[in-house]
Design a protein around this ligand. Structure first.
Ligand code: COA
Length: 103
């Protein structure tokens, strides 16, 4: 996935401490909206504010390239991740998410 992402842009963010990777996320900007995805912090490093720093860093980078709104998708059953994003100011917007494979 990283190689494919780098073909498009380099919006990959990594949290590290003395060379040890603690977490990472990806972002994208399509000229209209920004997107966040593949957000994860190692399980033994959670609840230390690393996820928040990652997302804030990614949002700042999106803002710097002209993005004014960021969207993301989470599973409806994932209440913990919803609480995480709500702690960062995100709110649920009623939409139907659709997708299709390009094959
Ligand atoms: C979601 C995730 C990235 C959060 O990373 P994190 O570094 O633990 O998050 P933070 O420490 O910055 O949490 C900030 C705040 O978010 C909320 N929060 C975070 N994890 C939470 C949980 N499991 N349950 C409830 N609230 C949570 C809390 O308000 C927390 O503040 P507090 O610790 O002072 O109470 C991490 O739990 C993770 O990697 N989960 C598995 C992967 C995943 O589901 N990714 C999302 C895919 S869309």
């Amino acid at each position: 996935m990283i190689e494919a992402k780098l073909q498009v842009d380099d919006q990959i963010f990594v949290a590290e401490d003395n060379g040890k990777i603690l977490g990472a996320c990806m972002a994208g900007y399509d000229g209209h909206r920004g997107w966040l995805y593949s957000v994860a912090v190692y399980s033994d490093q959670r609840r230390r504010g690393i996820g928040q720093k990652l997302i804030r860093g990614a949002m700042e980078a999106l803002q710097e390239i002209g993005c004014i709104k960021v969207n993301l998708q989470i599973r409806a059953s994932n209440h913990e991740v919803r609480a995480f994003y709500e702690s960062l100011g995100f709110s649920v917007e009623e939409r139907i998410s659709m997708g299709a494979f390009l094959e």
